[in-house]
Design a protein. Structure first.
Length: 318
């Protein structure tokens, strides 16, 4: 069975669309069109990325679907009391009859850390202590201990993520963010595997992509996508993460020029061939592709295209 995922934490620019109504309806309908996985992000204080609880959002989708696997992408563990989180995840697992995968991370937003009352610079150390407690409590859970290690994952947001090898070392899976320039894909899989193509494990590496139709997209949708890319670019650069462009140098162009550059570098109608050729030797680790969902649900051309993807040629062979 061909697998294909959708990623949603909409970067909101169209106020006529409701995150907790229209997006849920869209994702429920995606099951009918052949999508197998939905990935849900979360932030506490980002006014544009306004899903604050991926678990609550996931519960709504699980209650209205039959086969769709819902993936929490990702739970920032420093925000959570671990024993309570595990109990909440048990309920979610039961609600979906096992149809969940669980992502985890240290979190990224400084404003979220301030809201939660801890220093943003302490995220790493807090995460390291909580991930150990999290996995220990998962193993003790009579519900969650049925999950396989590759059903747990994290997202990679770094040009050269050396520490990501601990994911594959522990049999977890990984996602390369859709906001990562394709020239960095090879870096990611090399770091995950430490260059060892003979690893025997079930961990998977999923690549997230920004895909749009090659024609027919409205000017407003193009503008929303460009504004979304610039919004994320500015957030990542402010955190010292320049992963959206091939050069580490920050462009000096004005915003309009920069938006056009980001659009040309990060948005595709088909998979970029050369980066895929470079990672073919790591094909056995390649999981299913994940398509990012932009805030363009009022654009009939965009909606038709997104719904058509499971029925056309594979985005890439996994």
């Amino acid at each position: 069975m061909r697998r294909l995922g959708l990623f949603v934490i909409p970067i909101r620019f169209d106020e006529s669309i409701s995150t907790y109504n229209d997006y849920i309806d869209f994702l429920v309908e995606s099951e009918v069109h052949g999508y197998t996985h939905v990935y849900i992000g979360e932030h506490l204080t980002d006014s544009r990325e306004d899903i604050q609880s991926s678990m609550i959002f996931a519960a709504a989708i699980l209650a209205r679907t039959k086969k769709l696997k819902v993936c929490l992408a990702v739970l920032p563990l420093p925000h959570y009391e671990i024993k309570l989180l595990v109990k909440q995840l048990e309920d979610l697992y039961k609600l979906g009859q096992g149809r969940i995968d669980i992502g985890f991370s240290a979190g990224a937003l400084k404003s979220d850390a301030e809201y939660m009352g801890f220093e943003h610079t302490e995220r790493g150390s807090i995460f390291n202590s909580k991930i150990a407690s999290f996995m220990e409590n998962v193993s003790k859970s009579s519900v969650l201990n049925e999950m396989l290690k590759p059903q747990f994952f994290s997202t990679i947001l770094s040009p050269y993520p050396v520490k990501s090898s601990t994911l594959f070392k522990n049999n977890f899976s990984a996602i390369t963010s859709n906001f990562t320039h394709c020239s960095l894909w090879e870096n990611h899989i090399k770091c995950l595997t430490k260059g060892d193509m003979d690893l025997a494990l079930e961990s998977k590496w999923h690549i997230a992509l920004n895909l749009i139709p090659d024609s027919g997209l409205s000017e407003n949708s193009q503008l929303i996508i460009k504004e979304s890319l610039l919004y994320i670019y500015e957030k990542l650069v402010s955190c010292g993460l320049n992963i959206m462009l091939p050069s580490r140098k920050t462009p000096s162009q004005d915003n309009e020029t920069l938006k056009n550059i980001l659009y040309s570098e990060l948005v595709f109608s088909k998979i970029p061939i050369q980066p895929m050729r470079q990672i073919q030797q790591y094909k056995k680790f390649l999981g299913h592709p994940i398509v990012n969902l932009f805030d363009c649900l009022t654009d009939a051309c965009y909606v038709k295209y997104i719904y058509s993807l499971p029925k056309i040629e594979p985005i890439y062979q996994s």
